[in-house]
Design a protein around this ligand. Structure first.
Ligand code: BYC
Length: 326
């Protein structure tokens, strides 16, 4: 790992390193793992990228809940593939995070001990199969709004992981929309299931973008470092403007009496989510927080023998190679 705190001998010192770092940021070039970086930049990235990776892995649970109860073989195959994609996204992001000098094992420990967060959205339950469609449409839709600008984030490994993830997320969003469209063309009962699901997920989807800008402690510094490219409120607005016409095509409404087009702003006005509820969910008191972490902890403990076997095999291979060389 690059030493981020002391200047190598023979250079102009930390001030020069900082100037080099700031020049890279101001030219919109990438910072790479071997480059010098301020400690705060490294810590902020570990926090955000780890939180993002954890979200992908914990995010497998609400949809995974329906794999065994999918209504057809086709829907089951689609859902299995989507949940597997999320595992893959988690792995790209853990790998990107490891380039900052922290191991995947440490990150997993921090998640299951509650020292790192994951997205609030995954602490809500999935109560009907329509939720699989709504998660694809609204949750992956919100994720795309948030993540497309992150393809241009200033840290190379994170930006490159995001490019691949965004391609798959777009596909996920379309599969969700297609599932909901199929249900909307079905019976009255199916249409009611879709509307009920959208009613439950709309506000939590808006919370995914984080607190309002004037209550977001990290945004200003993360924007100055080029980690974030847009503020939380900008991205939330973009998501609302994108979703309203899609809802019309589907034939569903959003549960917000304040939602209307503002001609002057050329954007939608909309109400605020319940930010007290958001804070409760983020602090661990949402409907499914305990269950999600307990499940993740159990999976980690169940997998201990696999990690031990892989470590023992790697050590054995190394000693076989060394004996061969001797
Ligand atoms: N949930 O200063 P702020 C997916 C925390 S998964 C929980 O604005 P920041 C998918 C925040 O961490 C996609 N916590 O923070 C997977 C901070 O606390 P700490 C997940 C939240 O970092 C499976 C505090 O509140 N996407 O797509 O500048 C199936 C103050 O916030 C949340 C990402 O992870 C939240 N919603 O901005 C389907 C995107 N919001 O850490 C789909 C990457 C805020 O200081 N992350 N907090 O203790 C980001 O873009 C930014 O981290 C955020 C927050 C916009 C989320």
């Amino acid at each position: 790992m690059t030493d981020t705190t002391t200047a190598p001998a023979g250079t102009g010192g930390e001030a020069d390193l900082l100037a080099g770092f700031e020049a890279t940021i101001s030219h919109n070039d990438r910072i790479e793992p071997r480059d010098w970086m301020p400690e705060g930049y490294r810590k902020t990235l570990i926090r955000q990228v780890a939180q993002h990776a954890h979200s992908e892995i914990i995010g497998m649970q609400p949809e995974g809940n329906w794999i065994g109860r999918a209504p057809s073989l086709r829907r089951k195959a689609i859902l299995l593939a989507k949940v597997q994609d999320e595992a893959g996204h988690g792995l790209y992001l853990y790998s990107a995070c490891e380039t900052l000098g922290v191991s995947r094992g440490q990150l997993t420990e921090m998640l299951i001990e509650g020292r790192q967060k994951y997205s609030s959205i995954f602490n809500y339950p999935t109560l009907s199969y329509a939720d699989v469609g709504t998660i694809g449409w609204l949750v992956d839709g919100a994720a795309i709004c948030n993540q497309v600008p992150l393809c241009r984030t200033s840290f190379g490994p994170y930006g490159r992981a995001m490019i691949r993830i965004c391609k798959e997320e777009s596909f996920h969003q379309r599969q969700g929309f297609e599932l909901l469209m199929t249900m909307m063309r079905g019976t009255d009962e199916q249409r009611a299931m879709v509307q009920e699901s959208v009613n439950r997920f709309w506000w939590p989807a808006l919370m995914m973008f984080g607190p309002p800008d004037d209550e977001s402690p990290n945004s200003a510094q993360s924007m100055a470092w080029g980690i974030k490219r847009n503020t939380n409120d900008d991205l939330r607005q973009r998501f609302v403007d994108m979703s309203v016409p899609q809802a019309k095509v589907l034939g569903v409404t959003f549960p917000d009496p304040e939602l209307r087009w503002n001609e002057e702003r050329q954007a939608h006005d909309f109400g605020q989510p319940d930010w007290d509820e958001f804070m409760q969910v983020v602090k661990g008191n949402g409907p499914c927080n305990t269950q999600r972490i307990a499940h993740r902890r159990a999976a980690h403990e169940d997998g201990a023998w696999v990690r031990e076997a892989a470590t023992a095999y790697a050590a054995q291979q190394t000693s076989v190679r060394e004996e061969g060389l001797a």
